[in-house]
Design a protein around this ligand. Structure first.
Ligand code: THU
Length: 166
């Protein structure tokens, strides 16, 4: 089995590898707290989804390397194919505000297990947020957060420029 086929790790589960230390909570890690904060931001952004056709509201929140949180929600069109996912709205907002390094992305919708980013969003994440940890959660169970890397989501991504040229 390829080593990219790792099972997702729950962000809220106590980590075996990381022990408690400075700045770490009783059960979690620094990144767990980031995940909880980002999932909350994504859930708040979800309320602003414009989804009159599917009625499926999705919220996303990106954490930039300098600690800012940039949110987005899905926007649909009567010409369905023009719909833009919450992840891409957040990413495009952040990029066009001058952010270029991202450490995390949370995605929230009312779906058991949380919504997995679509293929188009995975491609853009691979290009513009390759180091981001992706946390997904069901809006009905926001404490149950699943964690993925962008590489988990899109191994062997098509990248035109080498990473140091982007
Ligand atoms: N959608 C997202 O915003 N993100 C996802 O990860 C999956 C799908 C949106 C697109 C569309 O507005 C609606 O959900 C139904 O597909």
């Amino acid at each position: 089995m390829a080593d990219t086929e790792k099972s997702p790790r729950k962000a809220t589960a106590p980590s075996r590898r990381r022990t408690r230390g400075p700045g770490r909570g009783r059960r979690g890690t620094i990144s767990d707290r980031r995940a909880v904060r980002l999932v909350r931001a994504a859930a708040a952004a979800r309320v602003h989804a414009v989804a009159p056709y599917s009625r499926f509201q999705v919220g996303a929140a990106l954490l930039t390397a300098d600690g800012e949180v940039v949110t987005g929600a899905n926007v649909e069109s009567a010409s369905y194919g023009l719909t833009c996912c919450a992840e891409r709205v957040a990413l495009f907002k952040a990029l066009t505000r001058g952010h270029s390094r991202f450490v995390g992305l949370a995605v929230v919708a009312r779906l058991p297990g949380g919504p997995m980013p679509c293929g188009a969003c995975r491609q853009l994440l691979a290009e513009y947020a390759p180091a981001a940890i992706v946390w997904v959660a069901d809006s009905q169970a926001p404490d149950r957060i699943r964690r993925f890397t962008v590489r988990d989501l899109l191994p062997q991504a098509f990248l035109k420029a080498p990473p140091n040229r982007r």
